[in-house]
Design a protein around this ligand. Structure first.
Ligand SMILES: *Cc1c(COP(=O)(O)O)cnc(C)c1O
Length: 568
């Protein structure tokens, strides 16, 4: 009777208790588990929120949230049926225009889309190669291209081709078959280590390019953190001006990338912001010497102090891909320099491109580590593969021994004296351009140099003119300079071919600034708006699409560009 008046739930509970104490444990167990999971996630999200707040500050976090909301809303707007088709049409039009420029078509163009039925004679092949080399192009030979071609001198090209020919079939994956290539590769690494003041225990590898060197440095840091500290959610902190290859590494290897601002006037990475972003998941700090956009060297000693402050210390990578064979010779060529290499205690790895100012053919770079344990973390070893025990140092399997031989030949033929002399010419030309922008009465009121460049790159903005219009006007004069964004700017990476054309470059910059100022005056007199007239490529890409809150249109355009590269 009593039991019939009991609340149902209580009765059930009692019954359950009586029926099976095991069931009760189960109940308790699931409750406990549910609560534990709940608290686990609460803790996780609280920790994440706390780290975000500490890392970016209240203001930074608010700005981040605002940017993210704006991006999402704009993304939704872009997907509205009317908007979407309009955007798609414009993207398609831009890509078609690009294809028209890059992919030659028409009756005069022979296209080879299948193998020739019968192999060509050598004369035929040579004749066609000649034509391909002569296709209308931006004249790097006349020094009109920023970066890209770092030497291009006839005698070095000839020597490189000879080395290539001699080792054409060589592959360092078979050191017993090609002992000479193994020796040359080890010597390239030793020579570059010596240039960067490496300690005796240091080690290194050659890679297929700066990007691969950077990917491997990030991978090594990630594997080290996983092995030694059990880090499964790795994060790295990089200057926003650091090369895109670090973002690629983040994307390929699942490393969260924190970007740190590099504010004016120095344009070096803001070290206190780096400090605030360091947490228990941090696996790597990064600095550039110098960076690609502005040619500015980050404060490596300050980053080193941060890296060493952490218990057990954090890895610090210095990207000298661009500084390569210029920055180590600055002092000996009579230019001011700063500390950036292994003589700075906290620096654990350095990437240095032999295919930039080392003047080796493209497909050559080096990655240096303070000790060989760091190098081991980038190795890939598969002991039980049916194809045999497999071990390779980096991404590639087979590698071109011919490129290693050409690299070795380049380094040996230039020597210290050669690199000091090219450093002298290249940095001297950079100074000349910089001085013209700062002091030439026709330039100094309209252009301004970004930061204090010490190496081969000089970047400038304009306080009065649209820099992208300037870049397009320079293109119309046959130049290929680099347009930069956030903030809008242009840079010149001086190479040996540019050294020979530096006066023409300065003259043309003066001329286009005059032209653009004249256009501006006409606009004002005729009462037209700031915009108007056909926009060039740089202005169209960076001026319009670049300012959108959501970059999905730019991503579509860039994807279309990549597709175009494979249109035969
Ligand atoms: C060129 C460059 C790299 C590497 O680029 P690759 O094209 O892969 O050789 C890395 N960092 C900087 C600063 C560079 O200028």
């Amino acid at each position: 009777m009593g039991s019939s008046r009991m609340p149902v739930s209580l009765r059930n509970t009692l019954a359950a208790t009586k029926a099976s104490s095991k069931g009760n444990y189960l109940n308790l167990g699931t409750d406990l588990l549910r609560n534990l999971i709940f608290f686990f996630f609460l803790l996780r999200w609280t920790r994440k929120a706390a780290l975000q707040l500490r890392g970016r500050g209240l203001f930074g976090t608010t700005v981040d949230a605002y940017t993210s909301i704006r991006r999402t809303l704009y993304g939704i707007f872009l997907r509205f049926p009317g908007v979407r088709s309009k955007v798609q049409a414009q993207v398609n039009e831009a890509i078609a225009k690009l294809e028209g420029k890059l992919v030659p078509k028409g009756p005069g163009v022979s296209r080879y889309l299948t193998l020739p039925k019968e192999g060509w004679t050598e004369i035929q092949v040579r004749g066609e190669l000649e034509k391909l080399g002569e296709m209308v192009h931006t004249r790097w030979e006349d020094g009109l291209v920023s970066g890209a071609v770092y030497h291009g001198g006839d005698s070095l090209i000839k020597l490189q081709a000879e080395a290539f020919e001699k080792f054409s079939v060589a592959n360092p994956i078979h050191p017993d078959v090609f002992p000479g290539v193994r020796k040359m590769e080890a010597e390239i690494v030793a020579m570059v280590l010596a240039m960067f003041n490496a300690p005796a225990a240091a080690a290194g590898v050659t890679t297929g390019g700066g990007t691969e060197s950077i990917l491997m440095a990030c991978l090594s840091a990630r594997q080290k953190a996983y092995t030694e500290r059990g880090i499964t959610e790795p994060e790295m902190i990089i200057p926003e001006t650091a090369h895109a290859a670090f973002r690629k590494a983040g994307s390929y290897f699942g490393i969260k990338v924190h970007l740190v601002a590099c504010p004016a006037p120095s344009y070096t990475v803001h070290v206190p912001s780096v400090s605030r972003l360091i947490n228990s998941n941090t696996i790597l700090l990064v600095g550039s010497a110098p960076n690609f956009p502005h040619g500015i060297i980050d404060d490596i000693p300050a980053l080193s102090r941060l890296a060493l402050r952490k218990k057990g210390s954090l890895p610090l990578h210095v990207d000298c891909c661009l500084g390569s064979f210029i920055i180590p010779f600055l002092a000996r060529a009579g230019f001011p320099t700063v500390q950036y290499d292994f003589s700075v205690k906290g620096v654990t790895s350095i990437s240095c491109d032999t295919h930039k100012y080392g003047f080796a053919p493209k497909g050559n770079s080096t990655l240096l580590y303070r000790n060989s344990a760091l190098r081991t973390y980038q190795y890939f070893i598969s002991p039980d593969w049916s194809g045999g025990v497999y071990a390779s140092p980096s991404i590639a399997g087979s590698r071109p021994g011919a490129l290693i031989a050409s690299c070795w030949a380049s380094l040996m033929s230039q020597g210290e004296s050669g690199y000091i002399s090219s450093c002298h010419s290249i940095v001297g030309a950079r100074q000349k351009i910089e001085t013209a922008i700062r002091e030439n009465p026709s330039l100094r009121d309209d252009l301004s140099v970004m930061g204090k460049p010490l190496v081969s790159v000089v970047a400038f903005t304009s306080q009065t003119l649209n820099v992208y219009d300037l870049a397009d006007a320079m293109s119309a004069k046959g130049w290929h300079l680099n347009a930069l964004q956030s903030p809008p700017a242009i840079h010149v990476a001086v190479t040996l071919p540019i050294v020979a054309a530096v006066d023409r470059l300065i003259g043309d910059i003066v001329a286009v600034v005059e032209e653009e100022k004249e256009k501006e005056r006409v606009r004002i007199v005729e009462g037209k708006g700031a915009k108007g007239g056909a926009k060039g490529d740089a202005a169209a890409l960076y001026g319009v699409a670049g300012s959108l809150p959501n970059k999905s249109v730019v991503v579509q355009l860039a994807g279309g560009f990549l597709d175009t590269l494979y249109k035969a």
